[in-house]
Design a protein around this ligand. Structure first.
Ligand SMILES: Cc1cc2nc3c(=O)[nH]c(=O)nc-3n(C[C@H](O)[C@H](O)[C@H](O)COP(=O)(O)OP(=O)(O)OC[C@H]3O[C@@H](n4cnc5c(N)ncnc54)[C@H](O)[C@@H]3O)c2cc1C
Length: 449
């Protein structure tokens, strides 16, 4: 019988760098973690597998970081808000259509993130994939990376896993939950269009204004009449006419429109049953997603006033993923806690009661919010490793809030400050005094209560 593995020879791996805090992955969580750690005055390094920082914002063009925000929303404070403010300064002003927020456009945010990383004095490596955790007993001491240079080690006093998929924690042997593919949220190929007749399209939207109740399966009722830029009609018609297969879930949101007729972020392709950690699924998702996006554009051209002359402008540079592995942390936050204004002694930030996943949509129009605990970022059995972003420890329904980009920046900033305080006080991440972390967070302008 043929063996399904090979034995690689043992080898020496060159040390690429040494640092106090190493952050792997640069989405909203990783950027916030690295910036927060650097602001505490420790040596900080950020590695990212692709050619730009920003994660889903820049790679999947998810520009709607604040689409939940209404007048009474009590907002997290911290680096997430700086992402928006810095984008505005960069000339990226454009209103998100269903909220009182501005979008954070992908390409502009690439430059904003570059600037924020450089200003914070972070050592950075793009095109650098974290592939293994280096451990000694039950503590992490660094990460092995792969790049065009080959295999290299980065030694770090503290590591923060912000890979979205808990790659580093998983490879360190941390227990993770990983729902079967059939239960995971869908993956998407995002696209943008040029050649949109903005006035015609917006007039059409005004006449046929949709609301959240048309696509949400569960709300609290107060959401139902809120305007939603969700489009289904062109795709329903295309399906009826056999132009889009029955089982393809095309339908979704437009976001912002430029004065020159560009729809910069169209989130209209949603593919179920694919696992973001499975190579075949990723490959299939990218290719199938592009086909579905082209069919969506054809349907928009045919059935949507204002889109008659629209054409493909951009694809996200990577498939957008929403859910995969999550660590089992010292504490696991639940959907009930998110929905019942939970308070925690080890709070590292707050996040409004905003849930959006699995057909459940709760919009924070009333000022309700919950506290985010430190212990969901601390793996049960591994020291000097923290995890932030969408793969923190939580049950299925809490994911609907914790995966949101602003919340990812809350856990990122919390983890960055905690890692830095842990280095400065020479106390491991498991034994850290939460009061010291909270005081440092408050000094960084974070609201923790
Ligand atoms: C189509 C789509 C629409 C969405 N819409 C919204 C929305 O409107 N509002 C909202 O708030 N959220 C939305 N989300 C969810 C949100 O984008 C994610 O949950 C969020 O970006 C997660 O942040 P993160 O920092 O945990 O991970 P990510 O944003 O996924 O970033 C992870 C980063 O780590 C890098 N990386 C991964 N593995 C490695 C490795 N091994 N080594 C080095 N680097 C690595 C990646 O390249 C990436 O840059 C949407 C998601 C999708 C896909």
């Amino acid at each position: 019988m043929k063996k399904d593995y090979i034995q690689e020879p043992a080898r020496k791996t060159r040390v690429l760098a040494r640092t106090d805090v190493l952050v792997v992955g640069s989405g909203p969580s990783g950027l916030a973690a690295a910036i927060a750690a650097a602001r505490e005055g420790v040596d900080t390094m950020l590695v990212e597998r692709y050619g730009c920082f920003g994660g889903n914002i820049t790679q999947a063009m998810v520009e709607s970081i604040g689409w939940y925000r209404h007048n009474k929303t009590v907002e997290s404070q911290g680096i997430g808000l700086e992402f928006e403010a810095e984008t505005l300064k960069f000339g990226g002003e454009r209103r998100e259509p269903q909220s009182i927020s501005q979008v954070v456009e992908a390409d502009i945010f690439k430059c904003v993130a570059d600037q924020m990383v450089e200003k914070a004095g972070i050592t950075k490596f793009l095109h650098c994939l974290g592939v293994e955790a280096l451990t000694e007993g039950n503590r992490v001491i660094g990460v092995v990376t792969e790049s065009k240079e080959g295999r290299r080690a980065i030694l770090a006093k503290r590591v923060i896993d912000c890979t979205g998929d808990a790659d580093i924690a998983f490879r360190a042997g941390v227990a993770c939950t990983h729902p079967p593919k059939s239960e995971l949220e869908g993956v998407s190929v995002s696209f943008g269009c040029s050649g949109v007749n903005r006035d015609l399209f917006l007039a059409h939207v005004q006449k046929n204004s949709g609301n959240l109740s048309q696509w949400a399966r569960e709300t609290t009722g107060k959401e139902d009449k809120l305007f939603s830029p969700y489009l289904s009609e062109p795709f329903d018609r295309a399906r009826q006419n056999g132009e889009i297969p029955e089982d393809v879930l095309t339908g979704g949101y437009w976001s912002s429109l430029t004065d020159t007729g560009e729809a910069t972020y169209m989130n209209m392709v949603y593919m179920l049953g694919l696992d973001p950690t499975d190579l075949k699924d990723l490959t299939h998702g990218e290719i199938q997603g592009r086909k579905q996006a082209m069919a969506a554009i054809a349907a928009l051209r045919k059935y949507t006033p204002g889109f008659e002359k629209a054409r493909l402008r951009t694809f996200g540079s990577s498939l957008g993923t929403r859910e995969s592995r999550k660590i089992v942390g010292r504490y696991t936050i639940t959907g009930d806690e998110v929905r019942n204004q939970a308070v925690f002694e080890d709070s590292i930030g707050i996040f409004p009661e905003f849930l959006d996943s699995y057909g459940v949509v709760i919009i924070p129009t009333t000022g309700r919010y919950f506290q985010v605990p430190y212990s969901i970022m601390v793996p049960k059995s591994m020291d000097n490793l923290l995890v932030a972003g969408r793969c923190v420890s939580g049950d299925k329904m809490s994911h609907a809030a914790l995966r949101q980009m602003m919340c990812c920046s809350v856990t990122g900033q919390g983890a960055g400050v905690a890692a830095a305080v842990s280095v400065k006080r020479k106390i491991s991440t498991q034994n850290l005094s939460i009061k010291a972390v909270q005081n440092a967070l408050k000094k960084q302008g974070v609201r923790i209560e």
